[in-house]
Every structure is written in structure tokens, then in C-alpha cells.
Design a protein around this ligand. Structure first.
Ligand code: NDP
Length: 285
């Protein structure tokens, strides 16, 4: 006779491809560290199976799940409720299930902001945002809602940068302008925070977003969303000029922490998550 509970709490992620997503390692390390009997199941879910996967999570009593590419927009059609910032962003990457209701949120931008706040308060700051994809959009909205003074969004395809600038102007007090990114971009005078939100640098430590390196100064905070490798060429260059740098692991860890808090209503260990990712990717410095 035993009173042991053999039913684990279920969480996880739906994406495709999913095999290179390290979130499972980070989350299960945090659960185990705190003695929580929970799983984070990394599921390969193709677009035609997203609805069935969401219904499956509901049927099996999961308490929540993340959605990564390509489901962040499509998942919204399957939810009962969507948080305000996620509505503005137009994408959901974290869903919690309460009383059989599916509630969507977006932790991409919030994770970035939590990481940024370890070095500065974004309120009143001028930002140069490189890229206008999903990550840039989420970061821009959270920066705008956090009181950033102005942002310049640079992208090869200007219409995507303009769409984000328009979103920021309409939904926040932050000034926003879009610029076409051709050749090496010069960081405009007075910019406090430079963010690489493109995929340049992912899996390539030598890749550098086209930028005039001489326009990076020691007064700037330079952040990169790339988690792998964490010490990107952009961060190395910024650091060598005396700037403060923030790597993509911080964003990933904070996203995980925020998501887990939404699901479990409690905090988990950032240090355990960081160590797990550093073991996988190598430390940033
Ligand atoms: P998207 O595909 O939505 O956007 C990619 C962006 O990168 C676009 O703006 C694209 O420009 C730009 N880009 C790609 N290649 C180039 C290039 N050679 N020159 C100039 N611009 C380029 O991707 P996401 O926004 O979803 O993700 C971006 C990165 O953020 C990924 O590498 C991902 O790993 C990382 N990420 C990190 C997270 C973390 O927690 N650390 C969380 C989420 C994402 P264009 O529009 O002109 O094609």
C-alpha cells in the first residue's frame, strides 16, 4: 500500500520542427529542483494538427503549453481568452488552462523586458530595434507599454517595420518610426538601447547584423535575442567598445519563468534554468 501520487502535472510545447528547442531541458530542471512532479513535453505538431493538439492538451488535463513557430498566430483561433498585450502583438506563445478554459498570453516580449530590467528601466529610453519579425513585434509592444520614449525599427522589408511602428503609435505613448535597412545601419544619435531581433547570428558566432560598428558606444545597452550561441558577434563587438550587453539566454530564461508562473502560480529558480542552458549552449562570457 502506498499513498504516492503517480499522476504528473503536464505542460509542454507545440511547434514544428521541435527537435532543436531546448526549453524542455530548462523547464524540467526547474520543476525537478523544486520537487514538483511535472513534465514538459516537447511535441512535434504540424499546422494541420494544431487544433487536435490543443484539444488533446485539454482532454488530458494539461495545465498549459507553449506555442512556438509556426503556431503563434494560428493558435489564437483555438483559445477562449487572450491577454491584452498578446492581442496587440497579434500572437500567443503561452497558453494556460483553467477550468477547461484556454487563456493565451505572449511571454516573448515580457521575457525580453525582464532581462532588460536587470540592467536598465526602459521608461524614457530611445531604442533602435533591428528586425521586424515575431520577436521584434513582441519586444516593441512590451517596450512601448513600458514607457520607452521612442523607437526606430529597421528592416529589409520596410512594410513589416512600418506595420510595427504603426502598432506602437496606435497602442502606446511611444514614438515610433520605420526605416529601410540597406547596407550598414548607423545607430542614430542619442539611442540608449540597440536590439538585434533578427535571426542573424543563430548558429553562427561570426555572423553580424549589418551595422556601423563605430556607431556603437560605451553608453549603450546592446541586446541580442539569439540564444545559440549566446555570445554573438554583435555582443562581442559591443562589449569590446565598453557597452553593456544582454544575451538571448536571459530572454529565454525569463520567458520560461513567466510562463511557469502563469501555469503554476509560483516562482521557479532562474539560476537553475540559466545553468541548464549554459550547460547546453555554453556561457555568454
Ligand atoms: P521571424 O522569421 O519572424 O523574423 C526574422 C527577422 O530577421 C525578420 O525581420 C527578417 O527580415 C530578419 N532577417 C533575417 N535574416 C536577415 C538578414 N540576413 N538581414 C537582415 N535581416 C534579416 O523570426 P522571429 O522574429 O520569430 O525570431 C527571430 C530570432 O529571435 C530567431 O533567431 C529566434 O531564435 C530568436 N528568438 C529568441 C527568443 C529568446 O527567448 N531568446 C524568443 C523568440 C525568438 P525580413 O523581414 O526582411 O525578412
Amino acid at each position: 500500500m502506498t499513498n504516492r501520487n503517480f499522476r504528473a502535472i503536464l505542460t509542454g510545447s507545440f511547434s514544428s520542427p521541435c527537435a532543436d528547442n531546448p526549453t524542455v531541458a530548462m523547464m524540467e530542471a526547474a520543476y525537478a529542483h523544486d520537487g514538483i512532479d511535472a513534465r514538459y513535453i516537447n511535441c512535434e505538431v504540424t499546422p494541420d494538427n494544431l487544433g487536435a493538439a490543443v484539444k488533446g492538451a485539454l482532454a488530458m488535463g494539461w495545465i498549459g503549453f507553449n506555442c512556438s513557430l509556426p503556431h503563434k498566430v494560428a493558435v489564437m483561433a483555438h483559445l477562449d481568452e487572450i491577454a491584452e498585450a498578446a492581442k496587440i502583438i497579434g500572437a500567443v506563445n503561452c497558453v494556460r488552462i483553467r477550468d477547461k478554459r484556454l487563456i493565451g498570453d505572449n511571454t516573448d516580449g515580457k521575457g525580453f523586458l525582464a532581462s532588460l530590467r536587470t540592467v536598465t528601466d526602459p521608461a524614457g529610453k530611445k531604442v533602435l530595434l533591428l528586425g521586424a519579425g515575431g520577436a521584434a513585434r513582441a519586444i516593441a509592444v512590451e517596450l512601448g507599454l513600458s514607457g520607452a520614449k521612442s523607437m526606430t525599427i529597421a528592416n529589409r522589408k520596410p512594410e513589416k517595420a512600418e506595420a510595427i511602428a504603426d502598432l506602437i503609435r496606435k497602442n502606446t505613448e511611444c514614438g515610433a518610426e520605420a526605416v529601410v535597412w540597406t547596407g550598414d545601419i548607423r545607430v542614430p544619435e542619442g539611442v540608449d538601447i540597440v536590439i538585434n531581433a533578427t535571426s542573424i547570428g543563430l548558429g553562427d558566432k561570426d555572423a553580424l547584423p549589418p551595422i556601423e560598428l563605430t556607431s556603437l558606444t560605451e553608453k549603450m545597452i546592446v541586446a541580442d535575442v539569439i540564444p545559440n550561441p549566446p555570445m554573438t558577434r554583435l555582443l562581442t563587438e559591443a562589449k569590446s567598445r565598453g557597452g553593456t550587453t544582454l544575451d538571448g539566454l536571459g530572454m529565454l530564461v525569463n520567458q520560461g519563468l513567466i510562463g511557469a508562473e502563469l501555469w503554476f502560480g509560483r516562482k521557479f529558480s532562474a539560476a537553475v534554468m540559466e545553468r541548464t542552458l549554459e550547460d547546453i549552449f555554453g556561457a555568454a562570457d
